[in-house]
Write a protein that binds this ligand. Structure first.
Ligand code: DGJ
Length: 502
């Protein structure tokens, strides 16, 4: 396959869209529990469930200590295994690198890095205490070994994945930052800090801003190296700071990660990282929307790198906000086999007996519908032709307003989880996908417009594949019931520009 078929981002409708194997693609994924999926026995059972749940990608972990257990000895058996499993289950992979930073810690670095504090400098606070589980962001030797491991990984990927492109996206490090202090106060960091007027420029956030600049450079430089070998898109994820609480960098959240207060430093510094993605563990739809909006710009497409699962997490609803309102290129809740928050609660797939939670069935419906209309969705994202509805507490319905007509949705969902999307394909043709709603069309000003044809089916690329047509004897239809899990193609029965007869 040609190199131009590499997964890549492309300008479309004023934002960046993801293309995989030459086609528009939205990642509908789930992450595997990163702190509990180390062996094939741990991770394999979930591929079949993931496939049934409608995932087109799995977000899988790659641990530095697994790849390079001993300095200079590289092992790819587990990486190969993950790729083989994904291919077998018709999924792509978002590969997540746990190198020098994993939730602000060095947890997954090899022992030779973790145990040697002279060669591999660790974070030092103002009082001179050493924080041995945290990497100093200017530690040259740690950087060098992290980079060497990544070079080997990317050479390997180039060799085994240049034809299939199973790995479509790479996460450089994980929830970067440091803990125990706002910045590292080792001699080297102190010298670097003194060179630039951080105190004057950033006031109370001076230390955090310095950490942000150093980590942005660290990750961007790693990204430059890996992309020169095998150019898959690369992103960073973020441990967010809370909106309503005055949290302290380095104590409540890792100092130096791309949180909102220092995001501009990242945007100015990084040249090779494709985008920065929030991990949104917030239950309220307002908070979810707040962070989606904050991490969506013309050049920074939204990819929800992680979000909550489990009871009340609204995973199946939030995907419509992300994709429909913010033109997201992907959505990857954490995790298929574990909930966050609420680690001890029933996960989407029970690890012992494989039982699905209620939330798993609902997520499956959302993913199936979106998958079945993938290309029209991507082509309509960020345009007025695509509108969404999501039932929130107290809502009975929604009004979707187009220039010349209104679409009314009356909610009827047993779990109050009506949700879906309408795409206008032409003046008379609409695609409806959703759960729990009765849909009717009206001209601006109120007169009902009937529907002459309702078909159920799915899209293959941009081509409609009909599975069946609702009985034409019932036409014209006054209103249409959204069918769970189905994509409907609807044709209006009368022209909208025709004057109404008295
Ligand atoms: C966010 C991290 O990025 C993940 O690796 C995982 O630790 C989850 N939190 C759940 O704790």
């Amino acid at each position: 396959m040609e190199n131009n078929m590499m997964p890549h981002l492309e300008e479309l409708n004023g934002r960046k869209a993801l293309f995989v194997d030459g086609k528009p693609f939205i990642i509908l994924g789930l992450q595997w529990d990163c702190d509990g999926c180390y062996t094939p026995e741990d991770m394999d059972p979930f591929f079949e469930h993931g496939q049934k749940m409608g995932l087109n990608a799995a977000s899988l972990l790659l641990y530095w200590r697994e790849v390079e257990p001993v300095e200079g000895e590289y092992h790819f058996e587990m990486l190969d295994h993950r790729i083989e499993m994904a291919r077998k289950h018709n999924m792509k992979i978002v590969l997540v690198w746990f190198g020098s930073f994993k939730n602000g810690c060095l947890t997954y670095a090899p022992d030779y890095v973790r145990s040697d504090h002279k060669r591999f400098i660790k974070v030092q606070d103002k009082e001179g205490n050493l924080h041995t589980n945290h990497c100093c962001p200017t530690a040259a030797e740690t950087y060098r070994r992290d980079e060497l491991a990544l070079i080997e990984i990317f050479k390997h990927l180039k060799e085994i994945d240049s034809k299939d492109h199973t790995v479509i996206l790479f996460q450089i490090e994980n929830e970067t930052g440091i803990f125990g202090t706002d910045r590292c106060y080792c001699d080297n960091c102190n010298t670097e800090y003194a060179k630039d007027n951080y105190g004057e420029k950033y006031g109370v956030r001076a230390g955090e801003s310095f950490s942000a600049k150093c980590i942005a450079e660290y990750c961007d430089s790693l990204t430059k190296t890996v992309k020169s070998i095998h150019p898959v898109p690369v992103y960073m994820n973020v441990w967010l700071n809370k909106i309503y609480k005055n949290e302290k960098a380095g104590f409540d959240y890792p100092a130096g990660g791309p949180v909102l207060p220092v995001l501009d430093i990242y945007f100015k510094t990084v040249k090779h990282i494709d985008f920065i993605s929030p991990d949104i563990y917030q239950y309220s739809y307002k908070d979810f929307n707040y962070f989606c909006k904050a991490y969506t710009t013309k050049d920074n497409p939204l990819y929800v790198a992680e979000c909550a699962t489990g009871k009340g997490a609204r995973t199946e609803k939030n995907v419509f906000y992300a994709i429909g309102k913010y033109a997201a290129i992907g959505y990857d809740p954490w995790a298929i086999n574990r909930c966050c928050p609420g680690f001890m609660t029933q996960p989407l797939v029970n690890t012992v007996d494989g039982r699905w939670s209620d939330e798993a069935y609902e997520l499956h419906k959302s993913y199936k519908m979106i998958n079945d209309a993938m290309e029209p969705i991507v082509l309509a994202q960020n345009t007025p032709s695509l509108k969404i509805f999501v039932q929130e507490e107290g809502d009975n319905g929604a009004l979707l307003e187009f220039d010349d007509l209104d679409i009314e949705i009356l909610y009827d969902h047993p779990l109050n989880a009506a949700r879906g999307m309408v795409i206008r394909r032409s003046a008379m043709e609409f695609i409806l996908l959703g759960a729990g709603g009765h849909v009717s069309f009206s001209k601006k000003g109120g007169k009902r417009v009937s529907v002459s044809k309702v078909e159920s089916g799915r899209f293959q690329g941009d081509a409609w594949v009909l599975s069946y047509q609702l009985s034409s004897e019932r036409a014209p239809f006054e209103s249409i019931q959204m069918l769970d899990c189905r994509v409907l193609r609807v044709v209006l029965g009368e022209r909208l520009d025709k004057p109404d007869l008295k």
